[in-house]
Design a protein around this ligand. Structure first.
Ligand SMILES: Nc1ncnc2c1ncn2[C@@H]1O[C@H](COP(=O)(O)OP(=O)(O)OP(=O)(O)O)[C@@H](O)[C@H]1O
Ligand SMILES: [Mg+2]
Length: 321
């Protein structure tokens, strides 16, 4: 079989267990399998303490595992953007910061400066290219950390909650930059607690207490049908039930609609999905399962068109009789 039909994964974790030295009684990662291919954008979602950052450091080869196998590109092929951007800056200014990594790659200084300026421009950081790092806001520093990593053109980029400090416009710019690299075959692993961000991923992996409990597409995660729960077996505890709670009802007619995986976890999906659920509970089907406000708008427009056609058809029928 040709290589293009059977590509080697960029990242492969097999049965990864990790226990921190201070808490040997508790495995933070409990047998995680994860394979990521070139051009994939995998969102890893989980609550506080579920193991996202630990998984990110493992994927970047920075933490030795207690058991299992890890294969990821050696640096600079893998770039990890830490949750705390202050842990990462090198140089006095954003321009120096980005140039430093590039010159380490062997890019000549003039070309490095040009590439750094172009990358800072795309990130919306051109105005502060020569501003001392300590005068940047937390959001600017976070944006810079991702920008510097992207400028290195890695094969795999691991981003740990990269939009936590960003406003909506900066977050959108960052996603566009990441998407542009993804389109060139870069593999993206994006840790997040923001369920709305899953819409931009090609795959969602959900972590609960260090276990992978879901691996599938965003639509499979947010919508109950089809119930493709790769990597999940009923032997895993349902967090909502194991916490003593009852999973929330999806609609006034829950018996007619199985719970989505997101709902089974006791998590509230983003607003566009909630609206689609509410429409569905009233018999209005958004067959295309919208994930974003734009997709929901298109779905509602189609529903209205169908309704007005139906009404016109009914009128025609009345006139004919
Ligand atoms: N260096 C460490 N030493 C000991 N325990 C740690 C260490 N780092 C993390 N932990 C513990 O491991 C578990 C997972 O932490 P981790 O930071 O990976 O989770 P997370 O999903 O990234 O959480 P958050 O959403 O808060 O960033 C937590 O119980 C945490 O307290
Ligand atoms: Mg974390």
């Amino acid at each position: 079989m040709a290589a293009a039909e059977n590509p080697a994964p960029v990242l492969s974790l097999q049965g990864v267990r990790l226990t921190y030295a201070h808490t040997p009684e508790q495995a933070v990662l409990q047998g995680v399998d994860l394979v990521v291919y070139a051009g994939e954008w995998v969102a890893v979602v989980g609550a506080n303490g579920s193991g996202k950052s630990t998984l990110g450091r493992v994927a970047a080869g920075l933490l030795p595992v207690s058991a299992g196998r890890v294969q990821s590109p050696p640096p600079p092929g893998v770039q990890l953007v830490l949750q705390n951007p202050d842990a990462q800056g090198i140089g006095q200014t954003p321009l120096e910061d980005v140039c430093f990594g590039l010159t380490q790659l062997g890019v000549p200084p003039a070309a490095a400066r040009q590439r750094a300026l172009a990358t800072l421009q795309a990130a919306g950081l051109a105005d502060v290219a020569n501003t001392p790092l300590e005068r940047l806001s937390g959001g600017q520093r976070q944006l810079l950390a991702t920008t510097a990593a992207l400028a290195m053109h890695p094969r795999l980029i691991v981003l740990d909650e990269p939009t936590a400090m960003l406003d909506a416009a900066a977050a959108a710019r960052l996603r566009a930059m990441v998407a542009a690299q993804q389109a060139h075959g870069v593999a993206v692993v994006w840790m997040t607690q923001r369920l709305a961000e899953l819409a931009y991923a090609s795959r969602v992996v959900a972590l609960v207490a260090g276990q992978k409990v879901f691996d599938g597409t965003p639509r499979q995660f947010f919508y109950a049908d089809p119930p493709a729960l790769a990597g999940y077996t009923t032997s895993h505890p349902n967090p909502a039930q194991s916490a003593g709670g009852t999973p929330p009802a999806l609609s006034p007619r829950p018996s007619l609609q199985p719970l989505s995986f997101c709902r089974q976890l006791g998590w509230t999906p983003p607003l566009p999905v909630q609206v689609a659920e509410a429409l569905h509970s009233r018999g209005l089907c958004c067959g295309d399962k919208p994930l974003t406000a734009q997709e929901l708008g298109e779905c509602v427009a189609r529903l209205r068109l169908a309704q007005s056609r139906q009404a016109a058809g009914g009128l025609d029928a009345t006139l004919e009789t």
